[in-house]
Design a binder for this molecule. Sequence first.
Ligand SMILES: Cc1cc2nc3c(=O)[nH]c(=O)nc-3n(C[C@H](O)[C@H](O)[C@H](O)COP(=O)(O)O)c2cc1C
Length: 343
Amino acid sequence: MDYKEVLKNAAEIMGPNCKVCPVCNGVACKGKVPGVGGIGTGAAFTNCVEYLSKIKIMMDAVHEDFEADTGVELFGRKFSAPVFVAPIGGMGMNYNGYLTEEQYTRYVVYGALDAGILAFTGDGPSPTYFPDAMAVVRESGGLGIPTVKPWEREKVLDRISAVVDAKTPAFAMDIDSAALVNLRLNGTAAYTKSTEELAEFVQAAQGIPFIVKGVMTADSAERCADAGAYGIVISSHGGRIIQDTLPTISVIKEIRERVGDRLKLFVDGGIRTGADVFKCLALGADAVLIGRPFAIAAHGGGQEGVKVYAEHITFDLKETMRITGCRTLADIKEANIRNLNSF
Ligand SMILES: Cc1cc2nc3c(=O)[nH]c(=O)nc-3n(C[C@H](O)[C@H](O)[C@H](O)COP(=O)(O)O)c2cc1C
């Protein structure tokens, strides 16, 4: 199965919420929350894609030829590329229920493993969602990154103990879900968390690295570092929380300058190609998460579709590195891009 076939299959079954557009840019789905778009005008999603398109790559073919190495080490493990599957929840509400949560989780966890990367898995208002996702992660030998929503303290600690049992490489909390409309519609409460509360979760995880997802400022990144987090995901939940957030990619640099190497920096939002991954790394990210395109891949090709898309991105990254003279990810620097955005 190739990527074109994955997209063709997905287009046949994914409507009406996702239209499987030639570029997944948030235009056709704008305002669709629940659904797959960004909230309101959809600008927080579409701006991410536009921002990335205005970062240009400095080509350099005057060097000895080589095959670039896209490998990365994180959580003490090696991965084939600095790309992870972002957590996507609510298959019924957001994607018309063609896949169950359990099926979706299975496809992304095993498809990611086949490609030498990992999937973040989700949590949600339904009482079965987190346990079902954890069951797949446990069955895989703990090879997924569970994401816990910022519920009340006891419920979070309960979920962290399931993570500790499964010995996963890391776990995350999508802290920005405190303001997610899907949760409000379901009458389930989620909360913002202080540095002290985050520090308690770090302790409870008994050494399993903690990643705070949904951080958009250098100040809040610093608080995560103070709490002992391993990393953050610079993310605005795919533009689903606030319409007028900055493009996620635009704050990578200032966050890196503030936190130095105290945190691993992951970023998501509109990253669609290996060249996009390259741009994020040039600005200071360690790795990226990709969400909606992996959901399309899972619908169009199941476990194999996820693997095919991951390999497609990795190949594109590898070729971008070769034609810019970057043998390894450490060679990718700001000088390899030109940012034409005005902010
Ligand atoms: C339908 C949908 C459901 C999502 N559900 C979750 C979730 O349960 N937990 C979470 O942390 N992020 C969730 N996200 C956000 C993604 O993890 C990711 O941050 C976002 O989609 C940006 O990446 P993308 O533009 O590559 O999709 C969801 C996004 C979408 C579109």
